[in-house]
Design a protein around this ligand. Structure first.
Ligand code: NAP
Length: 458
């Protein structure tokens, strides 16, 4: 094959791979087509990887194949084993690897010290910097979420120290760009960038971590796109840009749904599970599953609000079984989903889809909120913060301003949870103390089973 034909094959294949990424992403936007979307994007990645072997000047094939095989085995095994509740830290880890890979590409180019022109050097520096920050920052995020490092380190002048490190990185980056220096200066540049990723992430609280992970995901995309320009590799440019754009949109969406500005997340140092307890008047009134079953079976309308606890209890299948029994009794049952219920965007939708709940009875917060007033029973299963009315009423609350599901407007509210445990924000929930609220204490799956028995026995 002539060199020109080879170039044509490579570039056309990269173009097709990029199209597959975009089609895959488009299909991931709906739960109906999401699984299929992953296959499309995966096919794009396989094609891009195969074509890379044909790239002019490629060598070290044994090393490449060994890396691909070991990476694939590790990803396959960990992907199969990971619990749904541990997904955010898994994403943080994989995301960090992407950033690290982009930084490694930049490091190889920069250590070479060759003069490929100003644009080349600037892009390599930018990609290396963002990739390294994203790598170490994502690893810290992983460690925090995995519970390796729960404490959040904050001290006066922290942001000033970060600024000094940033200025140092900028100065070194400019020096390397102009002088084409290699060796120790480049090493110092990367050490400082890695350090900044750590010092930037360490003060951010656990509650904000998923937003930070999403931000680093966008950073990784950007770093890969920059390195794509350096490598003259269109697949990297397109994939990086797509990841960068998708990550930025997701970050914005999550910050909005939690009512946190990005600047707040990154610089305010809040976001830890709050320790302050908001005083709530009244008491929590328990109820048993038999009574709840009767209440639901004779209701006209039931709204089910799932939250993180449903994921922990893996109660989605039982909840769907209960829903079917109620529908058979002509009860109007719908699911109300908050955008940040659970621990990642779409968490509840994924679980309900896995259990086979049809999409036409699953509603987003803005579609369903007006229906709580006409609801006989709001069944809150493992949700807490996303139904806490203090978000509407108490300006001193850490979740003040966060849009919530209006469960407190329902005629009867049943809350399924194991005990007095707080939600992610760590604060008391005023909903649990309302006159129309009853607490059904127990594990989400066990309680759903008892409700099924109760409805069946009527
Ligand atoms: P949540 O506020 O974290 O509350 C979950 C509740 O589930 C807890 O109060 C817990 O009470 C209960 N629970 C735990 N295990 C259970 C089990 N086995 N059976 C029954 N109940 C169980 O959950 P949420 O209402 O879904 O709110 C999500 C929170 O995560 C929000 O604060 C949101 O801002 C935050 N967040 C979400 C995302 C996202 O993208 N989804 C990202 C970042 C942060 P007990 O211990 O008493 O059982």
């Amino acid at each position: 094959m002539s060199a020109n034909t080879m170039q044509l094959v490579i570039h056309s294949s990269y173009f097709i791979a990029a199209l597959l990424f975009i089609v895959g992403l488009q299909r991931m936007s709906s739960p109906v087509t999401a699984r299929n979307g992953i296959l499309w994007a995966g096919a794009g990645m396989v094609l891009a990887t195969i074509v890379t072997f044909l790239y002019p000047g490629m060598s070290n094939f044994t090393l490449m194949i060994a890396a691909i095989l070991s990476g694939s085995v590790i990803a396959w095994v960990s992907g199969k084993k990971v619990e749904m509740t541990d997904m955010p830290q898994m994403i943080a880890l994989y995301n960090g690897m992407g950033g690290g890979a982009a930084a490694a590409i930049a490091a190889i180019e920069l250590f070479g010290g060759k003069d490929h022109g100003l644009t080349f050097a600037i892009l390599a520096i930018l990609g290396g910097f963002i990739g390294a920050v994203s790598f170490s920052g994502s690893l810290v995020a992983f460690a925090k979420l995995q519970g390796f490092k729960n404490t959040t380190l904050r001290f006066p002048g922290q942001q000033f120290i970060n600024l000094i490190i940033l200025i140092g990185i900028a100065a070194l980056g400019a020096y390397i760009t102009i002088q084409h220096s290699s060796g120790n200066i480049v090493s110092l540049f990367f050490v400082l960038a890695l350090l900044l990723g750590v010092t930037m992430t360490v003060p951010i609280g656990g509650a904000d971590m998923p937003v930070v992970i999403s931000l680093y995901n966008a950073f990784t995309g950007l770093a890969v796109a920059f390195e794509g320009f350096v490598q003259q590799n269109p697949a990297m440019i397109i994939a990086g840009t797509v990841v960068g754009a998708a990550g930025s949109l997701l970050t914005q969406l999550m910050a909005k749904a939690m009512n946190r500005s990005l600047a707040h997340v990154l610089f305010s140092g809040f976001g830890d599970a709050a320790t302050e307890s908001i005083e709530v008047k009244g008491s929590m009134k328990p109820i048993d599953a038999t009574d709840v079953g009767v209440m639901m079976a004779f209701a006209n309308k039931v709204l089910i609000v799932p939250g993180y606890g449903m994921a922990v209890a893996q109660a989605q299948h039982k909840v769907w079984e209960l829903t079917q029994l109620l529908i058979e009794r002509d009860v109007d049952v719908k699911f109300a989903i908050h955008p940040v219920a659970g621990r990642m965007p779409g968490h509840m939708n994924v679980l309900l889809a896995e259990a086979g709940v049809p999409y036409d009875i699953i509603y987003d917060e803005n579609e369903i909120n007006s229906e709580f007033e006409s609801t006989d029973v709001a069944l809150i299963i493992g949700a807490n913060d996303v139904v806490n009315p203090v978000a509407r009423t108490d300006p001193s609350s850490p979740i003040y301003g966060m849009p919530i599901l209006n469960a407190d407007y329902a005629k009867n509210v049943i809350v399924v949870k194991r005990g007095q445990g707080a939600g992610f924000s760590g604060i008391e929930n005023a909903l649990f103390f309302l006159d129309q609220t009853r607490m059904l204490y127990g594990d989400g799956q066990e309680m759903a089973s008892e409700l099924i028995q109760s409805v069946k026995s009527i």
